[in-house]
Design a protein around this ligand. Sequence first.
Ligand code: PDD
Length: 282
Amino acid sequence: MSRIAYVNGRYLAHAEAGVHIEDRGYQFADGVYEVVAIHRGRFFDEEPHLDRLKRSLDALSIAPPMSRAALKHVLREVARRNGIRDGILYLQISRGVAKRDHAFPKNVAPSLVVTAKRTKPTPRKLVEEGIAVITIPDIRWKRCDIKSISLLPNILGKQQAKDAGAFEAWMLDEQGMVTEGTSTNAWIVNRQGAIVTRPAEEAILNGVTRLAVKRLAAAEGIAIEERPFSLAEAREAKEAFLTSTTSLVLPVVRIDSQPVADGKPGKLSLKLRALCEEAMAR
Ligand code: PDD
């Protein structure tokens, strides 16, 4: 089945699909995006993704290109036309096409692009053996709560992690506190067995998986502390893990080459992953 992309009202062959060279997403990274997981044909936590999309658009004063109901129809149509039962949807909205000028253009329709791709299940090795993270300074702007397509610091950080043989880079603010990963939220389990993650203010993206983990942990009676934690605390933690739509929950077993506890995936991390997998299958 050949891949199909949705671009501004049309379903096009993926290989030929494109936006105008003066699209503000292309020229200024003036846009936002979402990534939604498809599991056995169902969209996982679609509503929270669409809620966050609305918040991102509002924060940048970009008008929604269509109603929520119409957008949901397009998402389903892209998944269907690509025959995807397990994979991800990518949707991107930019401020639209206009002559290059920093200030907002007037009377310009926002651009909407939706693609879908099949994904392989997370390799069991990553779950069973855990993953390594490095730490880097957080050089991003002060509105990381907006899911903006402007991701230069994130891609540079991810490449640094890859070059170091790690899965992810955790970013540190000027106080040495962990903000989040380049495309994931960061968590630790402290000595008392509480899960600790940074509050969802402007320094991090409020992950939809983060919200799911909070919800599932609360239902299990697991203590949650929403507060910044330092690199020093993470090094001393009982467990560490990360969350995202594409990784779900992955145990972190090394931070800057130093083992977290005994260097094996933590029990609570694995339990939270199992709870997420169950929630997805429901
Ligand atoms: N990344 N933090 C950042 C900076 C992210 O880019 C993401 C998502 C997350 C986790 O959010 P969620 O649980 O909603 O996926 C946290 C997506 C998957 C991406 O860029 O591909």
